[in-house]
Design a protein around this ligand. Structure first.
Ligand code: C5P
Length: 227
């Protein structure tokens, strides 16, 4: 059977990863969460002191990029591919508010994007992949056979993120989560390099009122027409 590339882009907390992971599982495809890669670089920047007192030392981070190796490894228990930074599992360190607050500024840096995009293209070279992010259908795989652009109202998205974080034991304020989602959307959509925009040939899905299963089924139906 022909293998394709499925690119899923969209705003923060649209549930892209959940849907992309399920679609990949159904098709027996690889799933790659590119947001986790930008988060891993941000976590490294915090740990190495390139982010201090609210300031990002862009030059310092850029000069250290060669010291960063990001990989994914399947957690056999959960069935989820977890992210590793220089061989260390950092899956539980990258979804904090601290990382969320700095990831979009880090993701504006062209040198960071170049490094991660090259790795992403390498991961998709044999197709049979579902990748989610902000620039997958526009920059990473402009030739992807199926492109999805996910949206939902900002309030719905902040509520989802708040629920997800509190379920993981984080104690936070809803307004802080709403503020983070809004700020990231703004930075991601207005940056110069690879801004978040809907590719001309992407199919838009507003999932404010759709169940996870409905979204997965919609994408599988679209994918089956291309396979
Ligand atoms: O998908 P997630 O919300 O985890 O992504 C975190 C951040 O990483 C985004 O807000 C965006 O700034 C950046 N990102 C990006 N390009 C991608 C994936 C994520 O710039 N392909």
């Amino acid at each position: 059977m022909k293998k394709i590339i499925i690119a899923i882009d969209g705003f923060s907390s649209t549930g892209k990863s959940t849907i992309a992971r399920k679609v990949a599982k159904k098709l027996n495809y690889i799933y790659v969460d590119t947001g986790a890669m930008y988060r891993a670089v941000t976590y490294y920047a915090i740990k190495q002191g390139f982010i201090k007192n609210g300031e990002l030392n862009s030059e310092g981070l850029i000069s250290a990029l060669d010291n960063i190796t990001i990989s994914f490894k399947m957690n056999e228990v959960s069935g989820i591919a977890e992210v590793y930074l220089n061989g260390k599992n950092i899956e539980s360190n990258i979804r904090t508010m601290e990382v969320s607050n700095y990831v979009s500024p880090v993701a504006t840096l062209s040198e960071v994007r170049k490094k991660l995009v090259e790795q992403q293209q390498q991961m998709g070279k044999d197709k049979g992949i579902v990748m989610d992010g902000r620039d997958i259908g526009t920059v990473v795989f402009p030739q992807a056979e199926l492109k999805i652009f996910m949206t939902a109202s900002v309030k719905t998205r902040a509520q989802r993120r708040y629920k997800e974080l509190t379920a993981r034991g984080h104690n936070l304020d809803f307004d802080a989560v709403l503020g983070n989602v809004t700020t990231r959307d703004h930075i991601d959509s207005t940056r110069e390099d690879s801004p978040l925009i809907k590719a001309k040939d992407a199919i838009e899905i507003d999932n404010s009122d759709l169940t996870i299963e409905e979204q997965v089924q919609t994408i599988i139906t679209l994918a089956n027409k291309k396979i």
